[in-house]
Design a protein around this ligand. Structure first.
Ligand SMILES: Nc1ncnc2c1ncn2[C@@H]1O[C@H](COP(=O)(O)OP(=O)(O)OP(=O)(O)O)[C@@H](O)[C@H]1O
Length: 288
């Protein structure tokens, strides 16, 4: 999706025709995606779909083999330091820094950030509830993940990139985090790109759902768009309905896009039973 009205310098992430080859294979292929200011994009895809590779390209850790990745108009792989300081990244698992104590690492990394923000510091530190004197090597997996989240968010980033951030969190921490994160985005106007396999979590917070498979984007829609324009039909649609088949599950049904209410009567008359689109069912159909 592109937005002609928004200057590229104000567009947090603009990816055009991205191609990334790893191990002699195109892991990302002709992938285009735009993330606007204040938007939360949920990145969904089965194992190996290319989500982490895409995130690596957004963070400039991987260079494109084709196409471009721009953050606020700058090439992701060669951002200015002040632009890089606007990004918070939460990795799948936090490795390294194990010899530090929690409080020491926070203080150390604080020196490198452009805009310390005491209020944000407190919000996230209270959520994480970590002992600042604890050595990182003694933290549990979930506690390390809390630390990774605090380190990424406490300095008020304008773009937050999270790669499967909640898998190791306990239910209460995950529940609270999934409320704090969109509240932060609303409060600050930050944009969020978050990947997770826990679709129910993303359903509550995502403005847009970007579904990937085999290195390509299969679908990029908002939840209301999915509800309004996607249907599962019990039989193939008639050609004159002018809808696009996006997944054919045979006896389980056929998913179409481009539905509109005027077709309801025709479908009922032709004996179709219909199921409205929802994020989880659609994802499962598209990635089966
Ligand atoms: N350095 C590499 N060399 C070769 N292939 C790689 C390399 N890194 C990743 N891949 C392959 O690229 C594909 C995409 O991997 P990626 O980690 O981006 O997927 P993912 O969607 O994040 O998966 P998951 O949900 O399992 O974390 C996989 O098939 C993986 O094996």
């Amino acid at each position: 999706m592109t937005d002609q009205a928004t200057p590229v310098q104000q567009t947090p992430v603009q990816i055009a025709h991205l191609r990334k080859v790893l191990g002699g294979r195109a892991v990302l292929d002709d992938l285009s995606l735009t993330l606007r200011a204040g938007e939360i994009a949920a990145l969904l895809g089965p194992n190996g779909a290319g989500k982490t590779t895409l995130i690596g390209c957004v963070l400039g850790l991987l260079s494109p083999d084709g196409g471009s990745v721009r953050l606020w108009g700058e090439e992701a792989a060669s951002l200015r330091a002040e632009t890089r300081a606007r990004i918070g990244f939460v990795p799948q698992t936090m490795t390294g820094f194990t010899w530090f104590r929690v409080g020491e690492l926070m203080a150390y990394l604080a020196q490198y950030r452009a805009r310390p923000d005491d209020a944000e510091d407190r919000t996230w530190e209270e959520w994480a509830a970590l002992d600042p004197r604890a050595r990182i090597k003694t933290l549990s997996g979930g506690e390390r993940q809390r630390l990774a989240i605090v380190l990424a968010l406490r300095f008020g980033p304008d773009l937050i990139v999270l790669d499967e951030p909640v898998a190791s969190l306990d239910p209460q921490a995950r529940y609270d985090f999934m409320r704090l994160l969109p509240a932060y985005a609303r409060r600050t106007g930050a944009s969020v790109l978050i990947s997770s396999h826990i679709i129910s979590d993303l359903q509550d917070i995502g403005d847009r759902f970007v579904m990937m498979r085999h290195g390509r984007i299969m679908l990029d829609m908002t939840a209301p768009e999915i509800a309004a324009t996607v249907r599962r039909l019990s039989a193939p649609p008639e050609a004159r309905w002018d809808v696009e088949v996006i997944a054919d599950q045979g006896a389980e049904g056929i998913w179409v896009r481009g539905w509109h209410p005027a077709l309801d009567e025709a479908a009922a008359g032709a004996g179709h039973t219909m199921l409205p689109g929802d994020v989880e069912r659609l994802f499962l159909a598209l990635t089966r």
